[in-house]
Write a protein that binds this ligand. Structure first.
Ligand code: TYM
Length: 423
């Protein structure tokens, strides 16, 4: 077997034609419960890629458990959820026992944390501050802003009016009051925003750097993720190139590419025209998310199938009264069309052709609900069938193997930055 400069310890590294096996790597955090967005945006594409590419590519799959508490979680359930998420992937169709498939937990391999610190020192504060995920998660949620404004609307209205009427003419007062109230609401929102931002963890701020380490440690070329993670892939590429420029090629590109390829090539690899972003059923302007408290808009993979049907049937739509695929004007309807296409395995073109111009939103919701119910029923049965002991055995054995790859990269970086002697 030919030797691989970057990871000599891993056995199956070459295809039969003696080409290096490229690496595909992805992960799903262990916080909260995975939902339909995770399933359609990450699990299903990864299963599909494994089926299509397992002869030529190695699949690295890990649980980014260190990423799981960038926002507060119930730590009593973290370990259990780590294993549960892996079971979910198995239920979704991943074969972790196939040749070239590696499975591990981020926290079992200390090189992730060590490389993160080094990368942190080459990452700019401004870059992290501009990450949309950080901005979104550290901002007040729309529902919180709404509550402030609502509370203020009812605030002492009659008493203030009484007081004011003794001093000024009525029309004047109405204007003044409206103005006052708006300004006061904005002040309170700003104040709360500042308090919230002050209490954001540094972990949330720099988790894209940990994600960059997750990817660069294993020289992964393809990283199948949903649209929301695109910016993180871009910062990974920026950091790798920045270090390469400063210290010669630590993460060389070339035949055995070690920097993840750009987004358009990631999409090409996944055979998609666009990234996937499943929206909330309640507020379709926003993505379906684990961290947002939006139970009515989120179908969790653990939801009772009948309850999930109700969520779909209650999905927010619009008042146009005609079905069109248009994310800007009709995000709710378009979300339903996208989900129907992904769940039924039909192209979006086919699904849109079938539904375009129809007016009965209820029929579309029902078609989606049938697919969601079918998915959850089958999925939950398969999760129960996973053998946990076998899963743990696989994890421990792969962690020993991939730990060697990670340490090889880490050593190369340590040598480059002067922490270890250069050969
Ligand atoms: P996480 O756990 O938030 O999400 C896991 C995967 O699910 C995708 N996803 C969605 N896709 C479509 N529509 C949605 N509404 C939706 N919500 C989530 C995410 O894009 C992701 O693919 N930072 C990552 C975890 C991570 C990682 C990595 C991934 C850490 N290190 C290295 C790949 C490679 C995250 O927060 O995922």
């Amino acid at each position: 077997m030919k030797q691989d400069n970057y990871s000599p310890q891993v056995k199956v590294m070459y295809t039969t034609s003696n080409m290096p096996r490229e690496r595909v790597l992805t992960g799903i955090r262990a916080n909260g419960t995975p939902h339909l967005g995770n399933y359609l945006g990450a699990m299903l594409p990864m299963v599909e890629i494994q089926h299509r590419k397992s002869k030529t590519h190695d699949i690295f799959f890990f649980v980014p458990d260190l990423h799981s508490f960038t926002t507060p979680i119930d730590h009593d359930t973290l370990y259990e959820h780590t294993l549960r998420n892996l079971k979910f992937f198995i239920a979704a169709g991943m074969d972790f026992w196939a040749d070239g498939a590696y499975l591990y937990r981020q926290s079992s391999i200390s090189a992730h944390s060590e490389l993160t610190w080094i990368l942190d020192c080459f990452t700019y504060f401004g870059e992290m501050r501009r990450m949309t995920q950080f901005k979104d998660k550290s901002a007040l949620e729309a529902s919180e802003v709404k509550i402030v404004k609502k509370v203020l609307d009812g605030y002492n209205l009659t008493q203030r009016l009484k007081k004011l009427t003794t001093q000024r003419p009525m029309a004047d007062i109405r204007n003044l009051f409206m103005f006052d109230r708006k300004e006061a609401a904005q002040k309170i929102v700003n104040e709360l925003q500042a308090v919230k931002a002050d209490h954001i963890s540094v972990g949330l701020f720099n988790y894209p750097v940990l994600m960059a380490a997750d990817i660069l440690l294993y020289n992964a070329k393809y990283v199948p993720v949903g649209e929301d993670q695109r910016q993180h892939l871009e910062i990974t590429r920026d950091l790798a190139l920045r270090l390469n420029n400063k210290f010669a090629s630590i993460f060389p590109a070339g035949m055995f590419e070690t920097i993840p390829v750009e987004w358009s090539k990631q999409l090409e690899f996944a055979q998609r025209d666009n990234g996937i972003r499943i929206r909330s059923f309640r507020t379709p302007e926003k993505k379906m998310s684990k961290s947002v408290s939006d139970p009515a808009g989120t179908v969790n993979l653990t939801d009772d199938p009948k309850g999930a049907v109700k969520k779909v049937m209650a999905a927010t739509t619009d008042s146009f009264g005609v079905i069109n695929f248009d994310w800007q004007k009709q995000p709710g309807i378009t979300n339903l069309l996208q989900i129907l296409s992904l769940l039924s395995g039909r192209s979006i073109h086919e699904v849109v052709t079938e539904w375009q111009g129809k007016s009965r939103y209820g029929d579309l919701k029902r078609a989606v609900a049938v697919e969601v119910e079918k998915l959850l029923t089958n999925f939950q049965q398969k999760v129960d069938e996973v053998n946990e002991a076998k899963l743990l055995e696989k994890l421990e054995s792969d962690e020993a193997t991939v730990g060697l790859i990670a340490n090889t990269t880490l050593l190369r970086v340590q040598q480059a930055v002067g922490l270890r002697p250069r050969n």
